[in-house]
Ligand binder design. Sequence first.
Ligand code: PMV
Length: 335
Amino acid sequence: MTSATHAVTAVAHPNIALAKYWGKLDGDGNVPAVPSLSVTLEGMATSTTVAFDDSLAHDELVLNGALQPADGRAALRAAALLDRVRSSASVSAHARIVSNNDFPTASGLASSASGFAALALAAVRAAGLDWPATRVADLARRSSASAARSIFSGFVELEGGRDASGVARQVAPADALDFRVLVCVTTEAAKATSSTEGMKQTQASSPYYAAWVENAQRIHRAMREALLAGDFVRVGELAERSALAMHACALAAGVVYVRGATLDALAAVQSMRKAGMAVFATIDAGPHLKCLVRTSELDATRDALARIDGVLRVLETRPGGGARVVESMPKERSA
Ligand code: PMV
């Protein structure tokens, strides 16, 4: 058995799904029940350092400056990813993980996507594995399906549905469509229902689940076409439809992520659109509304959203890069 090799730091960005997935296939591969298409967003980032170390008795996770309890959810999920890496690389040592987000954690801002993308890449490289991006994405997906998409830059598809194996791939580069994503932050707190729990509850009891699955496949196909045609308005319309369909399906199972401020921001986006602006909303498994807007209408849109009661701040993000290693420090090998 080999032991520690490198302390590797990787950075990854969140992504938002324009065509969302919600629901998973049976089995242990964590494969979504429907295909999804996302955009990786620069302007928010997770930075994660992994160092395997023989002297550790168990894996350690320091998240946003706080050492996580070893038996807590975050540490256990990170350790499960490390176990997969250890068994592929024949590494026996435990690891210390230090991870920082520059945006609210676990509140529907895709911190699990950027978090597990950065962790997967840093862990794989720290263990000395030279895996291609597709394989790193496969590892990341097993921890958080949306994390597979954050491995890649620009517009990214994640396979889902019957016979799919959950492969992620880039569909178009970041400059394929010129727009920005404004994130209306409505709370700094973590959400009460994780997306995994929300999906389980939805699959078990939403009367609309079968309709959602069927509709999501159609939206995904149309989204791909609109994106490749460079049609921002169509991409925006479909993104808003996808988000509202997902939330309608989840709401019918009692799974509620939106708050008053989320709906006020949605109403503002819809009324700007009635006034002739090309702005569109999307909402993930959390209370923050994200607004898709052309650069030419950015300032007016940001001002209108920032004025809404309950919108604490508005973050500006843009299509951007995939996960990358930013630092790799050789450590002494203690075989
Ligand atoms: O894969 P998770 O657990 O991060 O869940 C993602 C759920 C949504 O963000 C709502 C949809 C999506 O396709 O990203």
